[in-house]
Design a protein around this ligand. Sequence first.
Ligand code: DGL
Length: 267
Amino acid sequence: MKIGIFDSGLGGLIILRDIIKKLPQYYYIYLGDNARTPYGNRSQDVIYKFTEQAVDFLFKQDCQLIIIACNTASSEALRKIQQEWLPKNYPDRRVLGVIRPVVEEAAKVAKKRIGVIGTKGTIGSEAYVKEINKLNPSLEIIQKATPLLVSLVEEGWQKSDATKKILRTYLRPLKLSKIDTLILGCTHYPILYKEIQGIMGRRAKVLNSGEIVTNSLMDYLVRHPEIESKLDKNSKYEFLVTDISEHYQKLGGDWFGPDIKFQKINL
Ligand code: DGL
């Protein structure tokens, strides 16, 4: 059986690339809902509906385990999928998100104040705040929605002066609050890692979500041999998208590698 990786678009390829570096042996099937991306400004009802459709599709492709790489979908839909939908529909399969592993790492390294940046959906859901509070209620959390960053990264503008200016504006309140740890709560933000760390300076540790999610998956598979033993070990990778265009082909090449081949599906 396969491991499914779901994202609202192609940003999840950045996470999958990190996962494959350490765990190349499995059969991965990536699904990017780029016909309907971005999810970040949509309502919870719509994000839930889209996520349920995607997860159902991936299970029908014989996935044993799905990782929702999208922070917005992890924030707005994961809990209901895990608690209500999965037990009714696929009780022996698993769906994991990206928020919990990043929060576990943040709670380990943070001293006093954690900053979180993400889409409006992720920040509005307070999913990171709730998870951090569960692990360590004494940590202060300062959140900031940074919705322009996804478009800037997709335009390939990460090094531009305009992006640096927007980043400085977005990060200013977090810097002034003297956060010591910063969570990049969106698939696309690791592309801006250096720029963000440069602006935040040495006082704040910017967490690398791809690496954290990969380590957490490795750990999960060791702790769950009943899941791991069902996984195919043939190093096959499939890339499914809900729309194909030159723009998406270029993003796929930039973020995963030039040999990436997309196949279009309908959800
Ligand atoms: N994948 C989304 C996330 O991680 C960003 C793009 C979107 O808004 O759909 O939140």
